[in-house]
Design a protein around this ligand. Structure first.
Ligand SMILES: [Zn+2]
Length: 152
């Protein structure tokens, strides 16, 4: 992945200001920072957690983060949550490239909406467990507790 830290390792010349995260301008850009610990992407993760009705510590290591995130629900939600995780990372990367290369703006609300819409359109192809046909209600609150409850 062409993050700044990787480009520097390959001796690609990058100025000091360019080496900083395009989103917060504060830290060296590496994958863990962009996707997980940057204050800008953390805003997206927190918004998604609220949407899912869950709380979780946001780890700054990708493996720990992904494993914690996909386990915030019950077992049945694991595949869906893995889908949320991948979709989010992908949207953050796209958003970062917009900011870095196209002078784009980081629009958290728009990105969160895009993540949800994509998940909805992926649900059949990736067999994501979304136990409702009511897109508007789901878009407003996915609420795992309810959707993940055992049905007798
Ligand atoms: Zn940052």
């Amino acid at each position: 992945m062409a993050t700044v830290d990787n480009l520097l390792k390959r001796n690609v010349p990058i100025s000091n200001s360019e080496s900083r995260c395009a989103l917060c301008q504060m830290q060296l850009e590496d994958a863990n920072h962009i996707f997980l610990s940057c204050i800008m992407s953390a805003g997206i993760w927190n918004e998604l957690l609220r949407w899912l009705g869950k709380q979780s510590a946001l780890h700054s290591n990708a493996i720990v983060h992904s494993s914690a995130f996909t386990n915030i629900g019950n077992k049945k939600d694991g595949q869906f949550l893995a889908g949320v995780w991948m979709c989010t990372v992908w949207c953050i990367w796209k958003g970062r490239n917009e900011v870095r290369f196209n002078h784009g703006k980081w629009a958290q609300d728009k990105m969160v909406a895009e993540i949800k819409s994509r998940l909805w359109s992926w649900k059949q192809a990736y067999n994501l467990r979304i136990p409702t046909e009511d897109f508007r209600a789901w878009f407003a609150a996915a609420n795992l507790e309810e959707s993940g409850a055992e049905r007798n």
